[in-house]
Design a protein around this ligand. Structure first.
Ligand code: PEP
Length: 274
């Protein structure tokens, strides 16, 4: 199984905060400002670690305007997108609108979308392609539920989601991919997969990317872990060689906690593969 050490990694760590359906645009502005202060107090170095927030849609433009106007070292992303670029799709959001708002990233296939909205692998693959059409980096979320983990088929299950999600990507597109391994049983439950569990899956994903594309793609794609990440467990997870960042839900709503997670990064530097 291929692994990459911290010192030789070409990958810039990404600390991503998924605000879910929390924070209206007024609350979101406050949270962003206190996060920026927290990062600055903790001496966050944006050259070494990228910090992204994923606010709800109605909060996005306020957050993006603040980032731009105040020159904050943060980026933002959408929580979902339509597989289509425009048309009669009431309630959906086009990747081109997210791109125009300045989103760098978009979450695709979060387990809450897969379960509550019944999003299938085919739909998610179409969403991944829609993101690339508009130069937005998809953060493809994959991961198993508790029953699958207990049956011991979690790696196979997660790689099936990965393969379906990235189908049809070119070798030019694939290195920019971000994959978030989020075991469903660890999301919002306080149950954290151990650092070794995160490493096992991220190494398996990276090995699979080598097979699906090539070693260069696998070495450049960033792999995140998500599931009850907090300031007190982030460093151990980030220290694993194939884990390039974390996707944080609940703890991203606490600016001080999230700033501490962002500063618990692994020691390495490089430009992001954007
Ligand atoms: C998430 O929603 O992606 C997530 C990982 O949530 P939490 O950190 O709250 O488990």
């Amino acid at each position: 199984m291929t692994t990459y050490t911290n010192s030789s990694s070409p990958r810039k760590p990404l600390i991503a905060g998924n605000w879910k359906m929390n924070m209206d645009h007024v609350q979101g502005a406050d949270l962003l400002q206190s996060l920026a202060e927290g990062l600055s107090e903790a001496n966050h170095d944006p050259q070494r670690v990228e910090v992204a927030v994923f606010p709800p849609l109605t909060t996005l433009s306020t957050v993006q305007a603040l980032i731009q106007d105040d020159g904050l070292d943060l980026v933002c992303g959408g929580q979902d997108l339509s597989p289509y670029d425009s048309g009669a799709y009431t309630g959906d959001t086009s990747a081109q609108f997210l791109a125009k708002l300045g989103c760098r990233y978009v979450l695709v296939g979060h387990s809450e979308r897969r379960t509550i909205h019944n999003e299938t692998d085919d739909v998610l693959n179409a969403k991944v392609r829609a993101a690339y059409r508009h130069s937005i980096v998809p953060v493809l979320c994959v991961g198993e539920g508790l029953e699958i983990r207990q049956a011991g088929t979690h790696v196979e299950h997660t790689l099936t989601q990965l393969r379906a999600g990235v189908e049809g990507l070119t070798e030019e597109q694939a290195p920019r991919l971000v994959v978030a391994y989020e075991p469903v049983w660890a999301i919002g439950t306080g149950e954290v997969a151990g650092p070794q569990d995160a490493q096992e899956m991220c190494a398996a994903i990276r090995a699979d990317l080598t097979e699906l594309f090539d070693a260069d793609v696998a070495a450049r794609a960033r792999l995140l872990y998500g599931g009850s990440v907090k300031a007190n467990n982030a460093a151990a997870i980030l220290n694993e060689p194939d884990v390039d960042g974390v996707l944080v839900g609940g703890a991203s709503l606490d600016s001080a906690e999230f700033a501490r997670i962002a500063c618990a990064e692994k020691p390495q530097t490089a430009a992001p593969a954007l």
